[in-house]
Design a protein around this ligand. Sequence first.
Ligand SMILES: C[S@@+](CC[C@H](N)C(=O)[O-])C[C@H]1O[C@@H](n2cnc3c(N)ncnc32)[C@H](O)[C@@H]1O
Length: 584
Amino acid sequence: MLLVVMLSASVRFSIYSIKYQRHQKHEILNGELRNRFEFQLLGFSAFIIWAFPPCSLVERSRNLEHGGNAHLDFIRALVQIRICGTHGAIKPMFCAGKRPNETIEKVDDFCCMGRRKKMVVENVTILAIADKGQALARIDDVVTFVKGVVPGDVCDIMIKRKRKNYWEGHVMKITELSPIRIEAKCKYFGVCGGCKWQNLSYEKQLEFKQKQVNDALQRIGKVEVGAFEPILGSENVFNYRNKLEFSFSHRRWLTQEEVESGKVFEDVPSLGFHVPGRWDKVLDVEECHLMAEPSNGIRNRVREIALANDFSYYNLNAQTGFLRNLIVRSTMMNDWMVILSVAEDNPNAIKLILDTLAEEFPQLTSVLYVINDKPNDTIADLDIQVHSGNDYIMEEMEGLKFRVGPKSFYQTNGPQAYELYKITRDFAGLTGNEVVYDLYTGTGTIAQFVAKQAKKVVGIEYVEPAIVDAKLNAELNGIENTSFYAGDMKDVFTKELVAKEGHPDVVITDPPRAGMHGDVVARLNELLPQRIVYVSCNPATQARDVQLLSENYEVKKVRPLDMFPHTHHVESVVLLERRVISEE
Ligand SMILES: C[S@@+](CC[C@H](N)C(=O)[O-])C[C@H]1O[C@@H](n2cnc3c(N)ncnc32)[C@H](O)[C@@H]1O
């Protein structure tokens, strides 16, 4: 009986498969199965299962005798194979008969993954830190990525997803804590997501960051590196940021413990940070250790005023409400800026909040607001209004002054930015005779930092107001050998520009996380400056670009630098020197 059912199902699936190929149908089995390959695979799977029925299917088929529906059950089992992922499910089924009992139990778990049970593997030791701060373990010899644990932790892991070359897991329980763990300082640790590595000693954090940079150049870049220089840690591991952005939400995010406590929490609004992976959920934050005072004071005062006056917080789903975002920025010169973003023009409410802040926080040299009634939070395309003070804050380094406007990028850790610029200048090895291009110049900070040692510096940047600031800064600092251009790098950094400004001897490039556009890399390979100093906040894209340049350049040295303690982010400066072509 069982054999007949299996055989009929197998034939049926083969017919579906042929029909599918003929008519290119995409919507069979309620749209669960979508491509030709999967259908062929199902026909094949049906045959395999018919030929070598694994324990779980046999058992299910036995249940038929107690009133189950054989055909339906068989189809479900096949659909589950598809859900489990072919690499995870089919392989163990092949070996089902040959494996020890323990493994056969796992096979049964695999078969059930799509519907009820997911595979949980106990007592797995976390081996290393992987990309994006995830942790890495090996389960059944497959690399498995998990979050929220550190190397040396032993834990029970549920397999969430199976990809071709790796799995993704979810930590169910930590059974043994790693000796490298330390107590996190923040009361929101684990919920907020801002400082995921607060439970690691700073020494370990630096070790992992150094490894991340070195690994990227070796594994992604596949290049030889002359010297791996030691990572430069941040002197301040707390209160190091000069910019934080807080969001308002009409509903407070409840932690897992609060939900599980069974208590009823009032539906109060929140002002704080987005919970990781949830654009619509905001954690109410009273105290954050990332920025010095009066950052907490300003945010908490705004909350008090809003609650006392019943100002509505933004509803991120319905896109209604008044208060949207609060940005706080500062500099090493102790200039402070706030930008209040609101969805409606309510002059009295805006005045009340900003008057109070200006009066109670004398450090605020720039009090700004913006009316944003768009669905997204970005203010780059909006007019920023000055409530009081300047429309910029001032930064200073080695006597050079930098004006930073509300839309301009500025490195988020001031003292470390200074160290970064010193390393960059040192790597550039300027003698005073070079034409230097500073790509992705922002407000022209690096350009002006190296200008004294160069013949001339050309800065290019996408954000127009930043270029306005860059020009003003050059004027302010009495620097006359710089010129700045606004626009997309791939369109501005052209042969025509080079013909006008001069051939680059040294290029300093500091692109955003995505790295350089392919056309920009191609232009560098055409222009072939003697040296390229590549500053990056993403070692993976940096390594990718370095590889694209490696035919013409050798990597002399790399120096990582930590701008963001307690996060997996790391800055990396690479020096590329033009290869000497032997004339044989
Ligand atoms: C990592 S920041 C570097 C800023 C600057 N070097 C500094 O240290 O302050 C990257 C800069 O690249 C700019 N940018 C991003 N995409 C760009 C593009 N396609 N073309 C030109 N500039 C771009 C951003 O606006 C930002 O100012």
